[in-house]
Ligand binder design. Sequence first.
Ligand SMILES: [Zn+2]
Ligand SMILES: [Zn+2]
Length: 299
Amino acid sequence: MLKGKLGVALALLLVGCMVCGCAPKHTHVYEKSAEQLPTCTKAGFTEYLCSCGESYRETLEPLGHSLDGEGMCSVCGYGGSEGLAYEWEDGGWTVAGPAAYGEERLAVAAKHESQPVVKIAPSAFAHNASIREIALAEGLEEIGNDAFAYTGAEKVRLPDSLKRVGSNAFLSCTALAEVTLGEGTERLDAYAFAYCTALGGVELPASVRYVGNFAFYQCWSLEEMIVPNGVTFVGDLAFAGCRDLTSVFLPASLETLGSYVFSECPSLREVRFGGTEEQWNALGAELPAGVALACGAEG
Ligand SMILES: [Zn+2]
Ligand SMILES: [Zn+2]
């Protein structure tokens, strides 16, 4: 109906022009007719069209990468390692390897094919000696069991999005000297950092609730361990064999303290506990001979 009217109007204008020789009077009225949004690297456009058929395009400049501290783009995944194997699982990607990854730097980006990367598969990079540096982008939620065990990793920063470090995740990474845990990490499962003999100070963030059995077993270089308030579980032998450990704080929030947590810690003379003596007694844990307990301490 509208089109018909417009057609008649146009025809009248054209007829008018034939009679008097003037140009047909028409003010373009543009409406957005098409749009392609820009990406990090490609320009997009918005197209405007008038009912007369005239159109024009406005270019939308490329957005540029949103690089994180590791040089990876949080939008498109630029900067992540090439050649990784991914498996789709529960609405996100799991990095599955390859086990024979040949580069020194492993960078797992936030996105793969525009979808989030959320997990590192169990054993994904275990025994991969070539890996020296591991960069994990924000967005990752879980590191599977044994994922980086026996690798040559020297330095690792875990993202705040990470909830769980799986069992044996960094087992026997004997070159691992520096670990920065993310502010959202809740679980360090059994043997997560066991036998990381070069590992110096590790700060457990306030989000941690669970420190599994043997989590830091035989971490010879660990000198101080402050278990933050909020942790409810510290498992058997969690800090056993930490021969340089001299300073320890355990919080009042503890509900379970395992057996032999500080056995074979020859440098340890005192454990500071945030709770009362009754709270400590309720835990039913024993300290090795020669290690004193100081209740009511502050972290
Ligand atoms: Zn027009
Ligand atoms: Zn990008």
